[in-house]
Design a protein around this ligand. Structure first.
Ligand SMILES: Nc1ncnc2c1ncn2[C@@H]1O[C@H](COP(=O)(O)OP(=O)(O)OP(=O)(O)O)[C@@H](O)[C@H]1O
Ligand SMILES: [Mg+2]
Length: 256
């Protein structure tokens, strides 16, 4: 656990960077769509600190914490190995609450993006195939989702480990998100928040709750990565999902 004092110090650095527009003093591990991931060096080791959107009230924190813990529990139940993750919330001078998801910082040698880029083809196929199996087993359609982009995974001793847990994707029996999405929408200009909430959010999130969509996203992501790394363009693609699903195994066409 990281002390409140250390987290407030980290938050001050972030605030300073946001105010000045100068990020040089921040030690950043990575950027995601929502969180900025900071590298915190302590005598006990290095930690990845994922800054969450600001919370307005104690109630919002409690709701988020419930979702966060439930998400971790459900993914674990469905066989996903997760990076050890805890949630810490501290109160800032302006009385707003800021949350950080804290994980041990993984060395680059473990990140899936790095490993697949330098692993021989056969081994890379095995690793990729185990990742696809984990995704296929983890998702409970329209109830439990995840974002399978390669940048969210690590391979540790050949185990597939997921670490992007800050946007818990869980829906109730009626298909309603358990997560209070307003916290995340707060980063959008107010004029478009309502439009996104009413017309776009369900479609965007559906991407993460259906195996087919999630795998297609993962492939599209790899495809873009390949093009930007190599400058080559892929103009014909053949993907084989052989052996994954019993129905496909009985059919003569295993490709999409
Ligand atoms: N535990 C970690 N150790 C090392 N690097 C990490 C760790 N967690 C995240 N990163 C780096 O930061 C990047 C973004 O992290 P992550 O995917 O967890 O956040 P995110 O995409 O912002 O989450 P969200 O999709 O909820 O917004 C990762 O792709 C990775 O490069
Ligand atoms: Mg991510």
């Amino acid at each position: 656990m990281i002390s409140e004092q250390v987290l407030l110090g980290l938050e001050q650095q972030v605030e300073q960077a946001l105010r000045s527009g100068v990020q040089e003093n921040l030690d950043i591990l990575g950027y995601g769509e929502i969180s900025t991931v900071l590298n915190l060096r302590m005598s006990s080791g290095r930690f990845a600190c994922k800054r969450l959107p600001l919370f307005e009230s104690q109630r919002q924190i409690e709701r988020y914490k419930e979702c966060f813990e439930l998400y971790i529990e459900k993914l674990t139940e469905r066989g996903v190995n997760l990076a050890k993750s805890s949630l810490e919330v501290v109160k800032r001078d302006d009385d707003k609450f800021v949350g950080y998801c804290i994980q041990p910082a993984l060395s680059l040698d473990f990140l899936a993006t790095e490993i697949l880029a330098r692993t021989p083809e056969k081994k890379a196929q095995e690793l990729f195939s185990s990742l696809v199996t984990v995704v296929t087993q983890a998702i409970e359609e329209d109830k439990l989702g995840l974002d399978a982009q390669l940048s969210n995974w690590a391979f540790i001793d050949d185990k597939v480990v997921y670490f992007d847990v800050t946007t818990p994707m869980i829906r109730d029996e009626e298909g309603k998100e358990l997560l209070d999405l307003d916290i995340f929408l707060a980063s959008l200009p107010w004029a478009i928040r309502g439009i996104v909430r009413k017309w776009m959010l369900k479609d965007i999130l559906d991407h993460y709750y259906f195996v087919r969509n999630v795998l297609l996203d993962l492939l599209a992501n790899l495809y873009q990565q390949f093009q930007s790394d190599t400058g080559y363009q892929i103009d014909s693609m053949h993907v084989t999902f052989f052996g994954l699903c019993p129905n496909c195994q009985n059919s003569s066409d295993h490709s999409e």
